[in-house]
Design a protein around this ligand. Sequence first.
Ligand code: HEM
Length: 336
Amino acid sequence: MAPFLASFCIMVLSFSVTFASGNIVANKSEETCIDASIVLSFGLYQNSCPEAEAIIFSWVESAVSPDPRMAASLLRLHFHDCFVNGCDASVLLDDTPNFTGEKTAAPNLNSLRGFEVIDSIKADLEYTCPQTVSCADILAIAARDSVVLSGGLGWQVQMGRKDSLTASKTAANNNIPGPNSNVATLVSNFQNLGLSLQDMVTLSGAHTIGKARCATFNSRLNGGNNPDMNLDFLQSLQQLCSVNTTLANLDDMSPSTFDNQYYVNLLSGKGLLVSDQVLATGDDNTREIVQNYVDDPSAFLEDFKNSMLKMGSLAPPTGTKGEIRVNCRVVNQFNY
Ligand code: HEM
């Protein structure tokens, strides 16, 4: 093993985790860093942690059942993870006095939710099979489960992601597209990561669940250049958003159901964000896909699975070192 790995990534420490009914102390032995850009595979934990997927599903179910929006929040966490130097759980790292993570980047601050759900899953997994399931894999599986629990189709999740040793607020600000983006910007944000125009339109369909803050789309409501917006929809949002801290459903017709209604809304000028509405009105190629998903709801559900697999396999740059974090909020070196 290279000296860098030996000196920075091997450690011995003990830690305590709290989950469900009490406080559990587990001992963590040696830990080594591994190349984070390794190839993913199906069924990786079949032998090392056969209960992993059931444990994750059960925590996601417990979180979504009283709060259906949590499904949307967990799905979005995976997206915001993968778009910043690959799916490596960098989004989960907390800021410290000496370290700035991604949580305060503009697309994330006061907006991302679900960190506590991931903490509970991780604590349970560390008890059941210590140092085996990465936080990045937890995010990918929880995203899939969230879609399933909202009524969408499931898929087999590829596993083997490693957790990053660092994070990038700058990349979070640059790579995650903003709500006022036009089609060209959206396409280039996705293409920079190897995702196609079709992946972009399909993955935007995640906005069939969840909410946005009025502050996010307020510029559309104040007499801005908004010719695409349905007038009744505009007026109802103006009323709703008289208090800026309010939340609006991204798909007001079926806000907690994973279906093709998002695309139906776009064709009638009821896309909440500019970046939603432009898919129907800003470009012929994207509009054709929107129309196809309106005509054929199962095509959307099927394509969504495939695009999620593509997004979920975005890898950290080759040569990047990773680990299986013990606590998703902190790299192992500082977990004391
Ligand atoms: C295409 C470019 C995209 C843009 C510009 C965008 C932008 C946004 C914005 C601005 C919000 C609301 C944030 C807030 O007001 O706090 C949001 C919410 C959301 N986004 Fe996206 N997004 C995009 C793509 C995606 C993708 C690819 C996914 C997942 C595959 C996704 C999943 C979600 C979900 C589920 C929510 C609701 C979260 C919740 O309720 O907690 N988005 N998005």
